[in-house]
Write a protein that binds this ligand. Structure first.
Ligand SMILES: C[S@@+](CC[C@H](N)C(=O)[O-])C[C@H]1O[C@@H](n2cnc3c(N)ncnc32)[C@H](O)[C@@H]1O
Length: 194
């Protein structure tokens, strides 16, 4: 089943149980309509992909699209990033974590809702395998500054050249729209050391 039912699988998540094989696995947080996830899964059939999306409408749309494309290496779970990171993932099990255009929550009183925070980045670090990557992009300058600060304070990562780290990866739906509008995009790429 593409739509992962958390009542029917063991927690924390074991990739062989979910995908029926042992392969490197990546995670996308906030996959939206799924353009990035599905394009990437189609071009990298040797890897498995789990995406979390909290909006039911996008989750269902993405499940339908994955099914139509016959992608056997994709699973989607309707839950939050926090549930995934603090409850569902096994430590040192993820090759890449993608957080692409997370909601910027531009109003100051809403900044606490932003996803990229020190405890969340520490949980991402725990979930990654040694050498695993955390890839984050935003179009929002203020959020980019905040992300930069949080990532600079994160322990156990080295900084990668973003252009190289994103080479060959597909665009997301938001990215395509923002590029067409000529908006700047701020990419971040970190690698777990050790
Ligand atoms: C701005 S959209 C970007 C979608 C896609 N990544 C793209 O670039 O086209 C952010 C997405 O993250 C989802 N989202 C926001 N906060 C989330 C959370 N805490 N857990 C899971 N999904 C979340 C939203 O529902 C939305 O679909």
């Amino acid at each position: 089943m593409i739509d992962l039912d958390l009542n029917r699988v063991g927690v924390p998540l074991k990739w062989p149980e979910i995908f029926g094989r042992s392969a490197p696995a990546d995670v996308e947080i906030g996959s939206g309509k799924g353009k990035f996830l599905l394009d990437l899964a189609a071009t990298q059939p040797e890897r498995d992909f789990l995406a979390v999306e909290r909006a039911g409408k996008y989750h269902r749309l993405c499940c339908d699209r994955a099914a139509r494309r016959g992608l056997s290496n994709v699973r989607l779970v309707r839950t939050t990033a926090e549930d995934l990171l603090f409850r569902l993932l096994v430590g040192a099990s993820v090759g890449r974590i993608f957080v692409l255009f997370p909601d910027p929550w531009p109003k100051k009183r809403h900044h606490k809702r932003r996803l990229i925070k020190p405890d969340v980045v520490a949980a991402m670090h725990s979930a990654l395998i040694p050498g695993g990557r955390l890839l984050v992009k935003t179009d929002h300058e203020g959020y980019a500054e905040a992300i930069s600060e949080v990532l600079a304070g994160a322990v156990g990562f080295s900084v990668l050249d973003a252009e190289e780290a994103y080479a060959g990866l597909p665009e997301t739906g938001f990215e395509r729209k923002y590029r067409q509008q000529g908006r700047p995009i701020y990419p971040f790429a970190l690698q777990k050391t050790g």
